[in-house]
Design a protein around this ligand. Structure first.
Ligand SMILES: NC(=O)CC[C@H](N)C(=O)O
Length: 401
C-alpha cells in the first residue's frame, strides 16, 4: 500500500495561480470566487483572526507557515479593522491542514464559516513549506486564488488574470482602507477574565488625533490605556482638520499598499504636522509616510517581514525587542536626510525599523508595537509617545518599561 501524503487532493476545489504560470491545487475553504493579490507568508503561531483583519493586509493573500490554523475558532473580540462590515484585511488565505472544529472557550464561530461571511477566499491541503521556500527564493508573487466547489477552473484565464494584475507597487490602498469618517475611541486593552474596558471622559487626560490609513484597534486601545482619548480622522483629512481639534498628540497609522502612492494627499499634510511641534508618532505605513515627508525614500522588499518573532534593536537604549511585523515596503536607511536618526533596525536583515527627527517630538517605527498578535516587548513605544506629550505639558515622564 502506498502512503498518501496528507495534502494530496483528489478533486481540487481551489487553485493558486502565480503570475509566472505556476499552478498549485488545493481544497477550497472560506468564500468562493477568485481574487488577484500578492502572496506573502506569515510565521506567527497564533493570532490568525487579528492577522486576517489587519487592514494592512488588503491586497494580499496570507499563507501561514504554522500548519494548523483555526483550532481556536473565531470570536467577535479579536477583530482588528475598525469597520468589519467593510472587510478591510487579507483577501485570501492558505493553510496546510484543513480547519478542525474549534476548541476554545472564546470560540463563537468555526473559522471556515467566518471566512465565508467575511468574503475571504481560501485553500488548504497544500505544502505551505514549499510555497514559503519559493517566496523566500523568488519574492512575493502576484497571483490569483480561486475557489469553486465544482472543481472546474479555466486555468488559462487564471494565468492571464495573475499576470494582468499590476501589483502593490504604486498602488494606494490607504484611501480604501480608511474608515472614511471621523469617530471617537475610548476602549482600553483586554484584561484576562474582564475583557475590554473603557476610558471615562473625565479620565482622558490627553487627546490624540489618529490619521487612519487602515488602523488596527489594538493601537487605539493602547492609547486609551494611557489616558488618551482618540479622535480617528479619515486618511484624506487636511492639516486644518487635524490642528482644529487641538490635539496633544498626532498618530499616523499602519495601512495597506505602497506608501509612495499616498504622496499626493497624505504626505503634504504630514509635512505640515511635523512643523506644528505637536508630538507625532507613526507605525508601519505611518512610519514609511513620515519617512517620505522627511525626504527619505521607500522601496519594495523581496519577501517582506510578516510574523510575530522578529528581533529589532532599539539603538537609543541598546535593547533588543521581539516584535510583530507586517510590511512589504521599507524606508531606505541610506536615504535618511541629515537630522533624521535611525533609531531601530531589524536584526534579521539590518533594514530600517525606526526613525526620529532631531529637535522635534517626532518619531516612528516600522514594526507593530501594539502586537495583536505578538509579543508585548514594544509597548514601551506608546509610553515614549505619551512622555513627549507630558514633557510639553511640563509633567514628569512615565517609566518607559
Ligand atoms: N502594516 C503596515 O502598515 C504595512 C505598510 C505597507 N503597506 C507595507 O506593506 O510595507
Amino acid at each position: 500500500m502506498t502512503a498518501t501524503a496528507p495534502w494530496t487532493i483528489e478533486k481540487p476545489t481551489a487553485m493558486l495561480v502565480l503570475a509566472d504560470g505556476t499552478v498549485i491545487e488545493g481544497k477550497g475553504i472560506g468564500a468562493t470566487g477568485k481574487v488577484q493579490a500578492e502572496v506573502c507568508f506569515n510565521t506567527a503561531l497564533t493570532g490568525y483572526q487579528e492577522i486576517l483583519t489587519d487592514p494592512s493586509y488588503l491586497g494580499q493573500i496570507v499563507t501561514f507557515t504554522f500548519p494548523h490554523i483555526g483550532n481556536v475558532g473565531t470570536n467577535e473580540e479579536d477583530i482588528e479593522d475598525l469597520t468589519p462590515a467593510a472587510r478591510h484585511g487579507a483577501v485570501g488565505v492558505i493553510f496546510k491542514a484543513d480547519i478542525t472544529d474549534p476548541s476554545n472557550y472564546r470560540a463563537a464561530k468555526h473559522l471556515d464559516a467566518w471566512l465565508k461571511a467575511r468574503g475571504i477566499i481560501g485553500m488548504c491541503g497544500i505544502d505551505t513549506r514549499a510555497l514559503t521556500a519559493w517566496i523566500r527564493e523568488n519574492g512575493m508573487p502576484n497571483a490569483v486564488i480561486a475557489h469553486d466547489p465544482s472543481g472546474v477552473f479555466d486555468i488559462d484565464q487564471l494565468k492571464t488574470d495573475a499576470k494582468a494584475w499590476s501589483g502593490l507597487e504604486g498602488l494606494d490602498l490607504a484611501k480604501q482602507a480608511t474608515s472614511g469618517q471621523s469617530s471617537q475611541w475610548a476602549q482600553t486593552p483586554w484584561v484576562w477574565n474582564e475583557g475590554y474596558g473603557a476610558l471615562g471622559n473625565d479620565e482622558a487626560k490627553y487627546h490624540v488625533v489618529c490619521l487612519d490609513y487602515g488602523v488596527k484597534r489594538n493601537i487605539l486601545r493602547l492609547f486609551a490605556g494611557l489616558d488618551c482619548k482618540v479622535t480617528v480622522l479619515p486618511a484624506t483629512a487636511s492639516t486644518e482638520d487635524v490642528l482644529g481639534l487641538k490635539p496633544d498628540g498626532i498618530f499616523l497609522s499602519n495601512g495597506p499598499g505602497d506608501p509612495a502612492a499616498t504622496g499626493e494627499y497624505a504626505v503634504p499634510v504630514i509635512k505640515d504636522l511635523i512643523d506644528s511641534e505637536i508630538p507625532l508618532f507613526g507605525i508601519c505605513l505611518g512610519h514609511q509616510m513620515l519617512g517620505l515627508a522627511l525626504g527619505a525614500r521607500t522601496a519594495k522588499m523581496h519577501q517582506g517581514h510578516h510574523g510575530a518573532n522578529h528581533p529589532v534593536k532599539d539603538h537609543t537604549t541598546g535593547k533588543v525587542e521581539i516584535v510583530s511585523m507586517n510590511h512589504g515596503f521599507a524606508v531606505d536607511s541610506n536615504s535618511l536626510p541629515e537630522g533624521v536618526e535611525e533609531t531601530h533596525i531589524s536584526l534579521f536583515d539590518g533594514s530600517n525599523c525606526g526613525l526620529r527627527l532631531s529637535g522635534k517630538p517626532v518619531f516612528s517605527v516600522q514594526h507593530h508595537p501594539e502586537a495583536s498578535p505578538g509579543p508585548q516587548d514594544s509597548h514601551y513605544l506608546f509610553r515614549r509617545f505619551v512622555n513627549l506629550v507630558r514633557e510639553k505639558k511640563g509633567e514628569p515622564a512615565l517609566a518607559e518599561r
